[in-house]
Design a protein around this ligand. Structure first.
Ligand code: 6R9
Length: 650
């Protein structure tokens, strides 16, 4: 996998960039030698109502985990993303909205217009009884109103929790009750790739499982037919008629939560990752500027959905805090054809483009004839995120999209980290295909031996990736469950933040992420807990037991492979396989639907009843020559059946 070719930034790029190699080295050294001094300085990049006097108060000791940054400062995040730009660039475009259909016109929303939209939205939320600290769930398509809603919450001090529009009613209901939301904001329908997801009717189904007090605010997107429940559901455009377009921003503490975002872990239900207002904004804005080498006037496009952390930090908060023009795209990379990304880059003269390896692989498969017709000469930085990028995809991105002249930033980070932790800087870091390269300022990565937890001091190392000290964008807690926060990230390796990823450090000190070391799989850059898919499967009346693992998938990176044992009296069939796939789809959402389901009369277990996932992974990978020791199994013969009936035949 390791391609050791190194691509240094060209002289032109290094000269024009904010940060060159020398400055990176100096700033990085300063950031880890004197974090207080470094962040006291860089914390000033946002506008504080009351400036902070305390910079860093963080503790990674398991018994006492606590993360606070700029803790006595006050600010408003929406004012930082909108109001402070009005004097200088009120008429500049803040958001370019590119709709699903390329036949529909794009919208250009200026900072002034953004201000009016957000204030109105904020006043509507207030009318609905939402105030400081209340939770608001967003279940929306990629439309400007998603950004307005986020910023409206921030303006009045409410905490938003976005649920990706691809999630099912059940998953939505769990998140609404999980954070005890007062209002859910949705739309009639979500158009994507020429098809529409019935968001409002999904939300209706979810509401059947929530308390009576929750209200729904509905954005009209397609005008499709929907049912409105009197007294519970309200149209945004109707309520907006009667409210002012001015709304004073609330003065919030740096440590007040800005948002909750549910993410999958290795055990149990998804957890609500809580991000702060001050530290998060400083970190999202600073990484956006330096990692993408953003300069005033640039057009920045991150293709993620706002339902994921990437959309939070690099469609909305980071770019808008920097006064950028940010592109918001409603559609998919292959609609109406595989040239859509590049057509949009040409049309809006995109300078920085940020996407996921799975999208690159899918487009690579369609051929360069979909790229070549478009003028991509405005591109200055290309970025990737979400999963390790294989060198073939990196090279295609570099050659076919970047024409060999555009630096690629492979950014490693997580929902929990708020912003990039390992990443090249375009003007500073020689890149190597497949490596997330070096730490961002203030980030102290360490590699520990997985079993012993010993820190490996040699430059070349392989083990689990931990971070030795806090950075401002770090999550603060798990919503309503601080113990779970401690247990998940600080228990296994004492004194460190444990990322859940495996990692190798090469002789140049470059980091290469090797993938999750826990029971989390990464499907098309989306995190999925195997336990979640398993519990959906066993909820089906025909299933007695299920075990889910990842396997290598050409486009998705990892696919979902499910082993299913049926209840006595039930027979395996293709129909049942289809039914189970659709079952998971409705229980969790399309992204969780297993790619392969193998019916197995028994699963390999130790005598104490623990499922031997190592064996299931090997069979799923078609690598059954390397099953290792099976002698500790209670019934070694089940393995023969697994191999015999494996689904993933090359
Ligand atoms: C931002 C985001 C986090 C997990 C992470 C890792 C994988 C993300 C990566 C990468 C290799 C990269 N991951 N970026 N692996 N190289 N550049 O994706 O957050 O959805 O929480 O996923 O994704 O395994 O632990 P999230």
């Amino acid at each position: 996998m390791t391609d050791t070719t190194s691509y240094p930034p060209s002289k032109d790029i290094a000269e024009a960039a904010h940060i060159d190699k020398e400055r990176y080295d100096a700033l990085y050294a300063a950031s880890v030698q004197d974090p207080e001094g470094f962040w006291a300085e860089h914390g000033k990049r946002v506008d504080w109502i009351k400036p902070f006097t305390r910079v860093k108060d963080t503790n990674f000791d398991y018994d006492d985990v606590s993360i606070k940054w700029f803790e006595d400062g006050t600010l408003n995040v929406a004012a930082n993303c909108i109001d402070r730009h009005l004097a200088e660039r009120g008429t500049q475009t803040a958001i370019i909205w590119e709709p699903d259909s390329d036949g529909d016109e794009a919208q250009h929303i200026t900072y002034q217009q953004l201000h009016a939209h957000v204030c109105k939205f904020a006043n509507v939320l207030k009318e609905m009884g939402v105030g400081r600290g209340d939770r608001v769930v967003l279940y929306l398509p990629m439309i400007p109103q998603a950004a307005y809603a986020m910023l409206a919450c921030a303006r009045i001090g409410a905490i938003h929790s976005i649920v990706f529009a691809g999630f099912s009613p059940d998953a939505l209901a769990a998140r609404i009750t999980g954070c005890d939301a007062k209002v859910v904001i949705t739309a009639d329908e979500a158009p994507r790739g020429g098809r529409a997801t019935p968001l409002k009717s999904n939300a209706d189904k979810a509401f059947a499982k929530c308390g009576d007090a929750v209200k729904m605010l509905v954005v009209k997107r397609t005008g499709g037919a929907i049912d409105m429940t009197e007294g519970r559901d309200f149209w945004l455009h109707e309520l907006e008629q009667d409210v002012s377009d001015q709304c004073e921003p609330e003065e919030m503490n740096a440590e007040d939560p800005l948002f909750i975002l549910y993410t999958s872990g290795s055990t149990g239900q998804p957890k609500g990752v809580v991000h702060s207002s001050g530290g998060y904004l400083v970190y999202a804005a600073m990484t956006h500027e330096y990692v993408f080498d953003y300069h005033k006037g640039d057009v920045f496009w991150c293709t993620a959905d706002v339902g994921w952390v990437t959309g939070h930090s690099y469609i909305v908060y980071g770019p808008l805090a920097n006064g950028a023009t940010t592109v918001m795209f409603e559609g998919v990379p292959t609609y109406p054809d595989a040239g859509r990304f590049w057509q949009v880059c040409e049309k809006h003269k995109v300078n920085q483009f940020y996407t996921a390896p799975t999208a690159i692989r899918a487009l690579m498969g369609k051929g360069r004839e979909f790229v070549d017709p478009y003028d991509l000469s405005n591109l200055r930085v290309l970025g990737t995120v979400g999963e390790p990028i294989n060198p073939e995809a990196w090279n295609w991105y570099n050659d076919v999209v970047g024409k060999g002249r555009v630096p690629i930033v492979d950014t490693w980070w997580q929902t929990e980290t708020g912003g990039h932790l390992l990443t090249p800087l375009p003007g500073a870091t020689p890149t190597k295909p497949g490596s997330a390269t070096l730490p961002f300022f203030g980030v102290q990565p360490v590699i520990l031996e997985a079993e012993s937890g010993q820190r490996i001091e040699t430059t070349e190392a392989e083990g689990v990736l931990c971070i030795a000290d806090s950075w401002p964008g770090q999550m603060r807690t798990v919503w309503g469950d601080h113990q779970r926060f401690k247990d998940t990230y600080f228990q296994q390796y004492k004194g460190y933040y444990f990322s859940g990823d495996g990692c190798r450090r090469d002789a140049d000190g470059y980091y290469w992420i090797t993938g999750r070391v826990d029971d989390v799989i990464n499907v098309s850059g989306h995190r999925m807990g195997t336990a979640e898919v398993e519990s959906a499967l066993v909820a089906h009346e025909a299933v007695s037991e299920a075990a889910v693992v990842g396997y290598p998938h050409d486009v998705k990176g990892q696919g979902i492979y499910a082993y299913v044992t049926l209840m006595a009296g039930r027979e395996p069939s293709d129909d049942l396989r289809k039914e189970l796939g659709n079952w998971v789809r409705t229980e969790i959402g399309p992204i969780a639907k297993p790619d392969l389901i193998q019916f197995a009369p028994g699963l390999p277990k130790t005598r104490s009843g623990k499922i031997m996932r190592r064996i299931l992974r090997k069979v799923a990978e078609d690598d059954f020559g390397a099953l290792g020791d099976t002698s500790t199994l209670a019934e070694p013969e089940v393995v023969d059946d697994l191999i015999e009936n494996r689904m993933n035949r090359g």
